[in-house]
Design a protein around this ligand. Structure first.
Ligand code: PMP
Length: 412
């Protein structure tokens, strides 16, 4: 195995440790990644990524979602650059805000209006605030283990979070209608909203697509109680279906939170809403210094036009099938027991009998050494810049990686 050069990454980590608590926050901390993984990156182009030491990878994390069309997509960059020359954060929004809002209302099936923010958490939190304002009720139901952001009302960690912050949050089990009914009943006449992800994409677990019955039950229970159905599209949005991830079921939310992919890497989030929530959305105070930034909005207009024109979800589906089938075949060839789950556009690959992720980490380290950036626990992402050759390159690398896993000593 060729060990990757890591001198610059190590030096940056040492410097960061002195000026950033623990050296890095959250999921991007090197301690949360397999040992060979870099923490610092220098550059991206299309579906290719270079780390701080100049090692090059075909990237299957796509910036954890935002890279949807490929880094430096010419149409997106041109639109962003044109706007940058005019101005970005001014005393108010540019014309482009209206263009983008119109385009989103035209694209997203349930949307009658739009509000913009910066991060996915801004969007999910704005949805919750609007739902409470509209209903005058307090309880929010979310799926156990789901991620909607790292702020007190929903953070996966309780460090620094008070019981009062969570007083009106309760959980149900994704795809489990009985548990949802129970949670709805327990909320009594104080239910403001049910928030649900497009599919179950919990960290470190097999991913689960919603059943049609579950999607229908979420809608039915919200309709029966007057609660707001909030769809968290932050991660899956536009990768599965341009009009909304539950369109194939014919189920539409009342509010949806979007971010990651909508501006191809520029910082932007949006809440889309149904007509009956327009008044509440106009009454709540939700704002931020950078929320009207015009460059990311210009990037989003270009991104959405390309997604629609090039039928990007279809392209991702074909690439995803190639990857999934290829990995399955290689796993069989090398005697590995793996489970692939979730939509093929956002693949997750876990090993059987791997509670401590020893096999997953060894596999990903070996992939990385062959120039492929996979993730052992989180769902991965495809982007429109991936080519069938990139997938073939990754599959070739997987032969080496599966052989490394096969040679691991048996766990004690
Ligand atoms: N919801 C989901 C489903 C997410 O995946 C994320 C980010 N991983 C968020 C919300 C929060 O988004 P952000 O990190 O941009 O605040």
């Amino acid at each position: 195995m060729t060990a990757l050069e890591r001198a610059k990454d190590a030096a940056l980590r040492a410097r960061a440790l002195k000026v950033v608590p623990t050296g890095m926050w959250g999921h991007l901390h090197a301690a949360k990644l397999p040992s060979a993984y870099p923490q610092f990156f220098a550059r991206g182009d299309g579906a290719t990524l270079w780390d701080a030491d100049g090692n090059r990878y075909v990237d299957f994390m796509c910036s954890w979602g935002p890279n949807m069309l490929g880094h430096h997509h010419p149409e997106v960059e041109e639109a962003a650059e044109r706007q940058r020359r005019l101005g970005d954060v001014l005393n108010g929004p540019g014309e482009v805000m209206v263009d983008l809002a119109e385009l989103l209302v035209d694209t997203v099936a349930h949307a009658d209006w739009v509000l913009f923010q910066k991060n996915g958490t801004d969007a999910t939190t704005t949805c919750v605030t609007i739902a409470r304002a509209a209903t005058g009720k307090r309880k929010i139901l979310m799926a156990k283990g789901a991620y909607h952001g790292a702020v007190p009302w929903c953070s996966p960690s309780l460090v620094g979070v008070t019981a009062e912050d969570r007083a009106h949050l309760a959980t149900y089990v994704f795809n489990d209608i009985a548990s949802l009914e129970e949670a709805v009943q327990a909320a009594g006449d104080d239910l403001a909203a049910v928030i649900v992800s497009a599919y179950r994409h919990d960290y470190g677990f097999d991913q689960e697509l919603p059943t049609a019955e579950f999607a229908q039950a979420v809608r039915r229970l919200c309709d029966r109680t007057g609660a707001v159905l909030i769809m968290d599209e932050v991660r899956a949005g536009f990768r599965l279906h341009v009009a909304g991830s539950w369109e194939p079921f014919g189920i539409r939310p009342d509010l949806a939170a979007w971010s990651k992919a909508i501006a191809n890497g520029y910082a932007l989030a949006a809440v889309t809403g149904a007509e009956w929530l327009r008044d509440a959305a106009g009454r709540v105070t939700v704002t931020g210094s950078f929320w009207a930034g015009a460059v990311s909005m210009a990037a989003a207009v270009a991104t959405l036009k390309v997604i629609r024109r090039d039928k990007v979800p279809d392209r991702l589906l074909a690439l995803g099938n190639q990857l999934r089938e290829g990995l399955d075949a290689r796993a069989r060839q090398f005697g590995a027991s793996i489970r692939q789950s979730g939509p093929v556009q956002m693949p997750t690959m876990l090993f059987d009998d791997d509670a401590d992720f020893r096999k997953g980490y060894a596999f990903c380290n070996a992939m990385l050494e062959r120039g492929v950036y996979f993730h052992p626990k989180h769902n991965m992402f495809l982007c429109a810049a991936h080519t069938p050759e990139d997938i073939a390159f990754a599959l070739d690398a997987s032969e080496h990686a599966f052989s490394v896993v096969a040679a691991l000593p048996t766990a004690a």
